[in-house]
Design a protein around this ligand. Sequence first.
Ligand code: MG
Length: 327
Amino acid sequence: MALDARTTALATESALPTRQATPTTPAPSTIPTTIPLATLADPKVIIDSYDAFLFDCDGVLWHGDRLVPGAKDVLAALRAHGKTVMFITNNATKSRAEYKTKFDKLGIAAEPTDIHTSASATARYVASVLKLSEQPKSKAYIVGMEGLETELRDAGVETIGGSDPAHNPSTTTPPDLTDVRADFDDKVGAVICGLDTRVNYLKLARAFVYLQDPNVHFVATNLDATYPHSAGLLPGAGSVSAMLRYSTKREPLSIGKPSSAMWDAVRVSSKLPQGRTLMVGDRLDTDIAFGKSGGVGTLLVLSDITPANAPDYVLNSVADLLSALQG
Ligand SMILES: [Mg+2]
């Protein structure tokens, strides 16, 4: 690990001033609060140690359409220093082309080839690993948004459901559930579930019906419980698929971070410098786990996702406190 610190703070003092200055419980008298129990990560060490920086987006670079202050300048400066910058997001609601438009709007230079989403990785997996379009049951039933449909169709996968108005009835009247099996398509060989802000009972019931066949693949773009919207934390893709997981007693193959399928998608198109790649994210269970599983460096930044649960300090062992007590 390049961050050569037995003791590493999760945040800078400026990010968490009140935690450091006004602890909610008095420090034991034997440990004066002026003794720093944690050493802060040195940003220069991080910059010098890595040549490729993989950024999560939501909660790291932006919250909804609101850029994190300084994020744009950091990306530009990294590139000015000759660093490779890539973007790896579990957000499957946009295609890479739509992401490119979002990057353009925010004033961040990015090409679609710099961007990997759980939608693009899912499309690659379904088209290249499952080879769904070559199977007798070649269609995918979608619980998800247009971005996922676009990536799948661009990869040659025929989709139904998703954003089709016939699968998104008015919510002012209950759907006629006799329709659930009426339009059953026996060519459906996979149910693919991502974040779907139009999610409704009829669509989930249709997905449930397809999943009754154990030969129908169950794929999730990602299993994030929540995601940081500009309106605050909201239920994520994993919360949408939870109803299907509960009702079918089946677990989907999840493609997004921390899955190795996401690494397959990244590495098939990009050669990353061995030992000098850093994953930057705001979730331990996706971003950091992804980085660890891929054998690259990891950097956690705090966001709406983390602060409620983030500790003030991280130690390798409780024994690390001894040096402060004996000093
Ligand atoms: Mg994030």
